[in-house]
Structure formats: structure tokens, C-alpha cells
Ligand binder design. Sequence first.
Ligand SMILES: Cc1cc2nc3c(=O)[nH]c(=O)nc-3n(C[C@H](O)[C@H](O)[C@H](O)COP(=O)(O)O)c2cc1C
Length: 185
Amino acid sequence: MDDLSTFAADRIRPLIRVRQIRDFADRAVSPAELDAIADVARWSGSSSNTQPWRFVLVRQRDTIRRLAEAALPQTRALQTATAAIAIVLPDEAGRAVSYAYDEGRAAERILIAASMLGLGAGITWILPEARDKIHSILAIPEGRFVRTIVAIGHPSEAARAPKSAPGTARLPRGEVVFEEGWPKG
Ligand SMILES: Cc1cc2nc3c(=O)[nH]c(=O)nc-3n(C[C@H](O)[C@H](O)[C@H](O)COP(=O)(O)O)c2cc1C
């Protein structure tokens, strides 16, 4: 690698370190930290700037645990999280793909913002069969739904440890990144 490549890779490395965290220490996320993360979420770009999402901040541990129980095993990160953000979307079949794209952008930004604050975060996916329970806990009105709840907290020691051998958590670059077009052969 030349100097410029090393510089670029080093600057961007914090993004590569943003990983799914599913286990958290018993240490609170401060109200100011959660508020700051929510601001990052609401500044996400969205299709035609429609801003279709609403974000429900959950700070009460009892509520976070009830959310966890309602949609296991996908929600296991909420069993130890000390804060959570539910992403609420309009339930409109015609715009489902566009909303899902906007939702993904916001979810990833929440993960990045948490990481920049020295916290960790993890996506939990609410399957359709669990949504009624989740909606009831969060008082979500008719015509809106929750598919993603992001668990947030201080990563536990175990969660900070590497999950896999170095270099194995993603496909090799050559299998994923192509130059100028699809590779021949
Ligand atoms: C659309 C989507 C849904 C996901 N659903 C869940 C989930 O329900 N529960 C969970 O623990 N992780 C969930 N994840 C996290 C993935 O498992 C995680 O991004 C993947 O394993 C890579 O993790 P890493 O970045 O730590 O390597 C989801 C991720 C995405 C993008």
C-alpha cells in the first residue's frame, strides 16, 4: 500500500469496526448520548427527503426487557441492552421497498453513532408474528409498524472480544469488489 492508501484506510477504519453487538455491560447509556444518537438518526437521508421514519427511544430497562421477550431469539441483544431505539414506519405496501431502504440507512447510522460514542449497538429484527406484542408495548398507532429495534449499550467484555479469526468475518475482497464491470469467466 502507498502512503495515500494507508492514510485513507486508517481514516476509514472506525467504520470497519462498527459491528453487531449483542451483549452489554450493566452500565447506563446517558440521556445525552441517546439524544445525540437520535439526532443522527433523524438526519439520515431518505427517498425524496420524505423522512418516513419515527424513532421511539426506550430508556426504561423494564420496557427493553419486555421488548426482548416479545420477539426472541431475534431480540436477544435487548436482554442486556440499556437503551433501545425502535424505528417506526408507515405501513404502506406500495412504498415498502423505499421505506425499507430508508430504514436501513437510519439503522446503520445509529450503529455508527453508537460506536463513535464508545458504545455498541445491534439490529434486532421484529418478525411479522411478533409485531402486535411490540406495538402494544410501545403504543404504536394503526397504520404504522416496527421492523427494527436497535439495542444500544456499553459492550460487555465478551462482546468486545473478536467473534471470528482475523480476516474471516467477510468474504475476501476479490470475491466482492470488481473493477470496471463484472469479472470475465
Ligand atoms: C436486515 C438485517 C436484519 C438483522 N436481524 C438481526 C436480528 O434479528 N438479530 C440479530 O441479533 N442480528 C440481526 N442482524 C445483524 C446481523 O446478524 C449482522 O449484521 C451480521 O451478522 C454481521 O455482523 P458483524 O458486522 O458483527 O460481523 C441483522 C442485520 C441486518 C442487516
